[in-house]
Every structure is written in structure tokens, then in C-alpha cells.
Design a protein around this ligand. Structure first.
Ligand code: ADP
Ligand code: MG
Length: 617
């Protein structure tokens, strides 16, 4: 007897389960299915996304429905159109050997009369979003006065989305004698209100830690200066070359801005927020599903429908106001049995929020360090080596080999490897070379020079301070691209500012920008010369740089530019890369993780029935 048979399921379902390839029930299925099959009872089930809740209610529901009757007997409410369609499709697969059983999906944004027609033909099970359901009830297009079972799926999300009133209205159109099965990842106050008001002595099951993120999610935080959020984000991405992530911002504006900057910096990124049209959002989601977008920057509201299983990282660019929201965010990763990482970028002053989340979720965060530029270079180097190793040889190159061999003649294996690796490595190396540590020190917040982005954060430019003695290092926005080498640039500066031969030193010309030094006494002259200074109609800008005197980090887009560089990666290399980069990370003094097993089952104080739930920190 298989484990599914032991749950008491009929042969037609067992056959469908075999076809689906499910080998054994998940925990929520194992707990919920026997209860629902054996008793007629109300049920509250708390389980994270990706734990198999659809089958947990779907199997018993299908078994209990009388498919010979055309009456609507089961209603499933679900928060979004996407989830609604997903559940409908799953139920159709589960019930493929159940003759005469019709499952109909009802959701906004599609023809209401077409949906009404499908119901007229007989729908024993309706899967609906609350808004459209209410609409159809009001128009008399659907009759739910005889249902036996009502499932509230993702109840917390539905209530989060403001469907409380709609749900109450809908439930008031259903018979009192029906049984209600409520499934939710978390149990905020609104959900317990619904449970109290509409359910009778529900049995309760909990999978994993109540109110906590899925146990397969590792929670990490990184302390940086407030202005370093963006460069920190870039480093986290560069440390995880195969990242497939959702990045959460608090506002639509930040969401758009961060996405734009990532795109500008060459990442495969996209924005998802409420100011986009439905059509635009669909396009973004499609690209994300196809992994053309690796970094989806989203608001909490817009991210609600995301049903993508293999998200490797959730990055909290900013922490949300409410702890429940953090649970929703981190639940986007670690789904369907895969492990995931939820990263939080915080400032020192936000640390108490981390503590609050730890308490509420009964989980522990790892304090991690933003990798240094050199660590990232190392990771990228290994990534590249692995990528080369795993690349399938395209037979078409055969034709070009004689010519290529001519070009590369006389280079031995060792040198060739060095050269190949340098092609890509140099971009990161040039960019990260000599950049500073982003982790805040006891001196409090500081900002990293030499990384693009933080200067355009809009909160006023954070000019470096001019020292009182010694020499000053400057950044200037001309470089090799503008036909300068160090001699030409030195001459140009000397002549334009009116300085002597020895006054300009440590000139370092990069591709699209350069650095140079003068003694402090000349700094005013240098800076005033280059206010509103144009050459050939183009502004030439000079700013004081915080780079260490001798060098200067890359500021241009050339380094760290990953445009197209990750195309064609194989998913098999993903897990390998992640574990490797994690072990590289762990060098950075992690707090060791100790999690006592008994703390996991305990109720957070926002637990079911608790008075206070929308917790602020
Ligand atoms: P939830 O509703 O809890 O987020 P789903 O019901 O959507 O989770 O299930 C997540 C994924 O796991 C789906 O792709 C589903 O087909 C699969 N799944 C569900 N139950 C099992 C099982 N017992 N064995 C293998 N895969 C399963
Ligand atoms: Mg679900």
C-alpha cells in the first residue's frame, strides 16, 4: 500500500496521482486528507506556499463531490487570477478519471458571459477570485446556495488584498451547514476573524513552524550605510551569478528606480508595480518565468500573484513595515522542496526590526558580510571556469577552427586559459578593484566611492570631503574613450586649471573616466574651473573622490556589466554555484546557527486567535 492509499483515497484519484508522479504525500496532505475524508468538519490549515495545499484540499474535495449531480457543491476562493487558474488546472489533473466532474474558473479580466455559460453547463466545483465571484452572484449568474464545501485558499493573501468584505458577502450567500476549509500561510487577525465568524469548531493543523517562513529558507541580513543599499544589492547579485530573485522595495517609485538602475548597469532586471498596466505586468511576469529576467524588483502588492517555484533569493532592499509582509516576501523562495535564501539589507538603526522578526518567526537570521570586491572577483572567476567546463560544444565552431588555430598559434594551454578567463574576469576586476568594504564599521554610516549608483540616489550628492592637508584625489568624467592617456590628461588639466608640471600627479586614466591628485591648496581652483565646464558641448565634471590616494575604483559601467553574460547558463550549474558562493560567504564571520527544535513549533504572538497580529516592529 502506498502512502497515498493509506490516506483513504479512491482508486480514480490514486491513478491520477500515479500519472502526476507524486510518490508520497507532503506533510500538509498527510495531515489534512484523512481528517477531511473521515469527518465532515471545518478545518484551519497553516502551511507555507509550496507545501502542496492544493492537493490537500483538492483530493478530499474531489472524492466527496457527487459528480452525477450537476449542482455546484464546492467553492474555492483564491486571491488572484493566476492562482485561480493554477488551482483549476491542478484539480482537472487530479480528477481526470472522475467522469462528469466539471471544474470551472471564475476570475476578472475575462468574459463574464463565457464564464456564466460554463457554469450553466454544470460546475460541481467553482474556483473563483472574490471580486468576480461577488459580481456574478449580484448578477444572478451563479448559485452557491447549495454548496457543501467552501475552501478559502491563501486566506491571508486574500485579506491582505482587501477582500474581507467581498468574502463576507460571498459566504453570506452560502448555506450555514456547509463545511469551510481555510488554508493560509500565516494567521493574522483578519484571518482569525473570518475563522471565528464563519467556522464552527474548526480542527486545526499546522505544518512546520506556525507563522514562520518555510524551514528551507535561510534568513540573512547585511548591515550597510543607508546610501549603500544599491551597491550592496549589486554585490549580492554579483556574488550569486545564477541568481533568480525577487527584490522587494517599499514604494513604487523605489521599485522603478532600482529596476532602472539595474538595467542600466547591465543586469537582467525588470520592475513590477501597480503603476504598470496589466499588459505590462503580464509581459514582465512572462519574461521572469522564462528567466529572461533574473532580478524582478517588485512592490509587495504587485508581487502577490507570483507563483514561480524556483526563486533562489528574495532580497529585501528595504524592510517592510509589517512583519507579516516579511513572511510573505520570504515565502516566495524555498518553494516546492527547494531551498532558498531571504536576504535583508539593513542599516544599523534597523537592527531591532531584525530582532522583532526573529522573535515573531521563531527563526534566526545569519549576520552576513557584504562580500568585498576581491571576493566577488574570485567567485566570478570560479563561476566562469565552471561555465566553460559545462558549456556544450557547438559543432558549428568546427568550421572556424583552422582560422582560429591560426590566430591562437603559439599560445600554450596555461596562457590560453589565463587569457580566456581574463576576458570576463577583467570586467569585474576593473570594477571592483580597490573598492572599499561596504559593511558599516563602528564609525557609523559611510558610503562607498567608486561604485556607480549611490551618487544618483537623489538625496543630494554625497560629495567627499576635502582634506585639510596633503593631497586631494579627484574623479573626472573623461577617459580613454575621449582619447586621453595620462600624459594628455595631465597636460589638459595643467593648462585648463593653470597649474604647474608637478602640481598634477597620480593620473590614472580608465576607459570612460579618470582620477588624478593635486595638493589641497589647488583644490578650490580645480573645482571652480570645472563648474559648468564644457568641451565640445559636453560637460566635463570633476569631483573629489574618496578613493584611496593611489588608486580609484571603477565608476563606469564597464565593470560589473553583465549584459548578456549569463545567457545560456545551465540550471544544473545553479545549485553548485550557490553552494560554492555560500561557502565563500561563510568565511566572513557568520554567527553560528543554532535553532532549538522545540522553539519551532511554538506559536508566535500573532498566532491563530491572537489579539494583535498586524505587528509593527
Ligand atoms: P501550495 O498551494 O501549498 O503553495 P501547491 O499545491 O501549489 O502548493 O504545490 C506546489 C507544487 O508541488 C506543485 O507543483 C504540485 O504539483 C507539487 N506537489 C504537490 N503535492 C506533491 C506531492 N505529494 N509530491 C510531489 N509534488 C507535489
Ligand atoms: Mg496554493
Amino acid at each position: 500500500m502506498t502512502k497515498f492509499e493509506a490516506l483513504g483515497l479512491d482508486q480514480s484519484l490514486l491513478d491520477a496521482i500515479t500519472d502526476l508522479g507524486f510518490e508520497s504525500p507532503s506533510e500538509v496532505q498527510e495531515k489534512a486528507i484523512p481528517i477531511l475524508l473521515e469527518n465532515d468538519t471545518d478545518l484551519v490549515a497553516l502551511a507555507q506556499t509550496g507545501t502542496g495545499k492544493t492537493a490537500a484540499f483538492g483530493f478530499p474535495l474531489i472524492q466527496k463531490i457527487d459528480s452525477k449531480s450537476r449542482t455546484t457543491q464546492g467553492l474555492i476562493l483564491s486571491p488572484t487570477r493566476e492562482l485561480c487558474l493554477q488551482i483549476t488546472n491542478e484539480l482537472k489533473l487530479y480528477s481526470k478519471y472522475e467522469k462528469g466532474l466539471n471544474v470551472v474558473a471564475i476570475y476578472g479580466g475575462a468574459s463574464i458571459s463565457e464564464q456564466a455559460n460554463q457554469i450553466k453547463r454544470g460546475a460541481q466545483i467553482i474556483v473563483a477570485t472574490p471580486g468576480r465571484m461577488k459580481d456574478m452572484i449580484n448578477r444572478g449568474m451563479v448559485n452557491i446556495s447549495k454548496i457543501d464545501y467552501c475552501v478559502l485558499d491563501e486566506a491571508d493573501e486574500m485579506l491582505n488584498m482587501g477582500f474581507m468584505e467581498d468574502i463576507k458577502d460571498i459566504l453570506s450567500n452560502t448555506p450555514d451547514e456547509k463545511f469551510t476549509w481555510l488554508f493560509s500561510a500565516t494567521m493574522p487577525r483578519e484571518v482569525s476573524t473570518i475563522a471565528k465568524k464563519f467556522m464552527h469548531n474548526p480542527q486545526e493543523i499546522t505544518v512546520g513552524a506556525k507563522n514562520s517562513g518555510a524551514t528551507t529558507v535561510q534568513h540573512e541580513y547585511y548591515i550597510v550605510g543607508g546610501r549603500d543599499r544599491y551597491p550592496a544589492l549589486k554585490r549580492l547579485a554579483d556574488t550569486n551569478p545564477d541568481i533568480f530573485s525577487v527584490i522587494f522595495c517599499r514604494t513604487k517609485r523605489d521599485t522603478q528606480r532600482v529596476a532602472e538602475k539595474l538595467i542600466e548597469d547591465g543586469y537582467n532586471a525588470g520592475a513590477l508595480h501597480g503603476d504598470l498596466s496589466q499588459n505590462q505586468r503580464d509581459l514582465v511576469m512572462n519574461s521572469f518565468r522564462k528567466k529572461q529576467i533574473q532580478m524582478l524588483v517588485a512592490t509587495d502588492v504587485a508581487a502577490r500573484g507570483i507563483d514561480v517555484d524556483d526563486i533562489t533569493h528574495v532580497i529585501n532592499y528595504q524592510l517592510p513595515d509589517e512583519i507579516e509582509t516579511y513572511t510573505h516576501r520570504s515565502g516566495r523562495t524555498g518553494r516546492a522542496g527547494k531551498s532558498g535564501v531571504s536576504m535583508v539589507i539593513v542599516t544599523r538603526s534597523e537592527l531591532r526590526k531584525i530582532k522583532a522578526i526573529e522573535n515573531k518567526l521563531q527563526t534566526e537570521f545569519l549576520a552576513k558580510k557584504i562580500p568585498t570586491g576581491m571576493e566577488i572577483c574570485e567567485i566570478q572567476l570560479y563561476h566562469l571556469a565552471n561555465k566553460i567546463k559545462n558549456t556544450e560544444i557547438n559543432e558549428q565552431v568546427e568550421n572556424y577552427l583552422p582560422a582560429i588555430n591560426d590566430v591562437l598559434e603559439g599560445i600554450d594551454r596555461e596562457e590560453l586559459i589565463k587569457k580566456i578567463v581574463s576576458v570576463e574576469f577583467s570586467r569585474f576586476h576593473d570594477y571592483y578593484n580597490k573598492t572599499k568594504d561596504l559593511n558599516t564599521t563602528d564609525r557609523g554610516e559611510r558610503s562607498e566611492r567608486g561604485e556607480r549608483g549611490e551618487r544618483s540616489e537623489g538625496r543630494g550628492r554625497d560629495k567627499a570631503e576635502i582634506p585639510t592637508s596633503g593631497s586631494v584625489r579627484y574623479f573626472i568624467n573623461v577617459g580613454e574613450r575621449d582619447d586621453y592617456d595620462w600624459m594628455k590628461l595631465k597636460d589638459f588639466l595643467k593648462d585648463t586649471v593653470g597649474l604647474g608640471q608637478e602640481d598634477v600627479f597620480k593620473v590614472d586614466v580608465k576607459e570612460s573616466f579618470s582620477f588624478f591628485n593635486t595638493d589641497v591648496e589647488h583644490s578650490e581652483k580645480v573645482l571652480s574651473t570645472f563648474t559648468e565646464f564644457k568641451v565640445d558641448g559636453r560637460f566635463v565634471n570633476v569631483e573629489v573622490s574618496n578613493s584611496p590616494g593611489g588608486g580609484g575604483g571603477g565608476r563606469g559601467r564597464s565593470g560589473g556589466d553583465r549584459r548578456g553574460s549569463d545567457r545560456g547558463r545551465s540550471s544544473s550549474s545553479r545549485s553548485g554555484d550557490r553552494s560554492r558562493s555560500r561557502s565563500a560567504d561563510s568565511r566572513g564571520g557568520d554567527r553560528s546557527r543554532s535553532r532549538s527544535s522545540d522553539s519551532r513549533g511554538s506559536r508566535g504572538d500573532g498566532g491563530y486567535g491572537a489579539k494583535k497580529s498586524k505587528r509593527r516592529y
